[in-house]
Write a protein that binds this ligand. Sequence first.
Ligand SMILES: NC(=O)c1ccc[n+]([C@@H]2O[C@H](COP(=O)([O-])OP(=O)(O)OC[C@H]3O[C@@H](n4cnc5c(N)ncnc54)[C@H](O)[C@@H]3O)[C@@H](O)[C@H]2O)c1
Length: 461
Amino acid sequence: MTTGNFEKRILCIGAGYVGGPTMAMIAAKCPQYEVTIVDINEARIKAWQTDNLPIYEPGLLEVVKQARNKNLFFSTDIDNNIKKADIIFVSVNTPTKTYGEGEGKAADLQFWEKTARNILKVSESDKIIVEKSTLPVRTAHAMERILDANANGLKFEVISNPEFLAEGSAIQDMENPDRILIGSHETESGLKARQAIVDIYANWVPRERIITSNLWSAELSKLVANAFLAQRISSINSISALCEVTEANVAEVARAIGTDSRIGPKFLNASVGFGGSCFKKDILNLVYICEHYGLHEVARYWESVVSMNEYQEQRFVTNMIKVMFNTVAEKRIALFGFAFKANTGDTRESPAIHVTKNLIAECAQVAITDPKALDNAKLDLKDIAGNIEFTENVYEAAQGAHAIAILTEWDEYKTLDYEKIFQSMEKPAFIFDGRNILDHDRLYKIGFNVFTIGAPPRKHF
Ligand SMILES: NC(=O)c1ccc[n+]([C@@H]2O[C@H](COP(=O)([O-])OP(=O)(O)OC[C@H]3O[C@@H](n4cnc5c(N)ncnc54)[C@H](O)[C@@H]3O)[C@@H](O)[C@H]2O)c1
């Protein structure tokens, strides 16, 4: 099938947070392959062709520039590129269903299914189809049913290669992954297709870190990885609530338990809660699948991870209102950070959205600052009628505020001139550190009333 000077033609359908960075990395590491990324979103494709990429990710632009227009191309011509491809990664979005059966829990697979039908319609040669999107276990089975319905005897082999990158450190994660997971049928053609995908990653990933499995284990492992990660956050957050009423300190507890090698130190930072497009969606998807198979106790167990997160977000904002003398009406409140985590502009499911909506419902004036996420913040809040201001300047956001809430753990918030900020604020001045990143003793000495997650407050009254 392949023509020109390239060994293989790789196509990725979906140029988002996953498709863009993963394919840019493959292109940069494998100059022998031609890599094309297509999307229905024209503006996104255009942006990938400029230096103002559609997503912010440290180091991404350098990787894109290394390969762009050499062996990495962006296009909206989906059909022609499907025809030419040997291997098609599908990285379209799989959000939670907002309608019908499974509403609010199941994955909405309409974008995936449309893509599969389109591949079937336009293909003229055999292809390997790679599930890069996060999908419910056994999705490949449904996809094969669609793809096998072709009249001209073409063979499509479906492979699962879930993506484990974390936004904010995607380039590092892909350059040096803990593991790459590739699942396939364990038939002769399945194993051959699996090997073709192993061969791509083996260009830069040590072979022992490329794990292979059956299709269903690979599909399920992605959901389970996210469920376990989120569960650690919800577990430590649940303990933070107990710390606040017992004078224990959650940071000390996390340190004490994290040094146990069976537990480990990662993902034990208590906070205002987890966000991001994946954790909640993937857990609810897991819950839905468990319910489908009649495993109601298992479903309830994982669902509690999501409800604990909702409790934590709500607890944070309820506490803000309570300590500010039970009213924030007409008070200016500065929110430092809107992205769901540092080093990304992504705001999907960010706790900041929940906090803002609650403060606006209480008639507060909200000033939002973030180094990378203001455009997305404006979109998230466009339907909220209220007094909301956006500024990249943190000092301007804090000017005249009664309170500051730290909602994203951006490094730059640790080294601000908090003396100057304190001077510019209304008194008593409050700071609510929703990410536990600041020097609380110092802030207290400056004069702030300091509220953190999982430790007793330091207040001057
Ligand atoms: N964001 C993450 O950190 C992350 C990590 C691991 C896995 N995932 C999974 O990867 C998948 C993609 O996530 P994302 O964050 O990149 O989503 P995204 O919304 O940023 O990107 C998806 C892209 O697919 C495009 N698309 C939708 N239907 C299409 C079609 N029929 N043809 C062509 N393009 C189409 C959309 O226009 C969009 O640009 C999801 O399943 C997600 O769960 C995401």
